[in-house]
Ligand binder design. Structure first.
Ligand SMILES: Nc1ncnc2c1ncn2[C@@H]1O[C@H](COP(=O)(O)OP(=O)(O)OP(=O)(O)O)[C@@H](O)[C@H]1O
Ligand SMILES: [Mg+2]
Length: 178
């Protein structure tokens, strides 16, 4: 995997395959604390305890087309290589949460890539699903909620800055004519 945004895509695809209708993606970068955290939370059917023990095993998958399932184990490997960890928590009937931490400055940390592009790909291919996205970097925060825009990918994430200026436009999801 080239960058962390592709790992995010992979983890969200698990949620979608399980039937989630509400997926939250949170990216938190804190360079002062030298941490990068990624969290993916879904409202899918969850994973029961015996299965939860197996899902990080690269030889475990519920896909019938092949015998290995690498999404979670590769992401865990990437986290560990950067001095971090992947934790998966799940409650049957409620959903699943995947939390990945990394040392921000670690030489082996993969680049974040373009999480907004990942988000756009997901919204376009799954318009029936509500995606919430939050990218906090040091003091700044960008948020997007597809539930408010009915899958309209021309809507841009908004900057949620500490000084209360919440309407400043930032990075477009798609290039639109203004
Ligand atoms: N959010 C989730 N909700 C329910 N089940 C999940 C979720 N995430 C993972 N799983 C279960 O864990 C298994 C392993 O996931 P993993 O991403 O590691 O491999 P995979 O999806 O099977 O294959 P690959 O990611 O290589 O295409 C999945 O097959 C699925 O059964
Ligand atoms: Mg997978």
């Amino acid at each position: 995997m080239e960058d962390l945004s592709l790992h995010i895509l992979d983890i969200v695809e698990n949620s979608l395959r399980a039937g989630a209708k509400d997926v939250e993606i949170i990216v938190k970068e804190d360079q002062e604390a030298d941490s990068l955290e990624i969290e993916i939370i879904d409202d899918g059917p969850g994973i029961d305890a015996p299965m939860l023990e197996k899902v990080l095993d690269p030889f475990f998958t519920t896909k019938s087309v092949r015998k290995v399932g690498l999404g979670l184990s590769l992401f865990r490997e990437a986290a560990r290589a950067a001095g971090g960890e992947l934790i998966i928590e799940s409650e049957p009937g409620k959903g699943t949460r995947v939390n990945v931490s990394m040392q921000h400055s670690h030489v082996d940390r993969q680049p974040l890539g373009d999480p907004v592009r990942t988000l756009r790909t997901l919204i376009v291919s799954h318009p029936e699903v509500r995606f919430r996205f939050c990218h906090r970097k040091n003091g700044d925060e960008d948020r997007f909620d597809s539930g408010q825009h009915k899958g309209d990918v021309s809507v841009r994430p908004r900057k949620w800055s500490k000084n209360g200026n919440r309407n400043q436009r930032i990075k477009p999801l798609t290039k639109t004519k203004d």
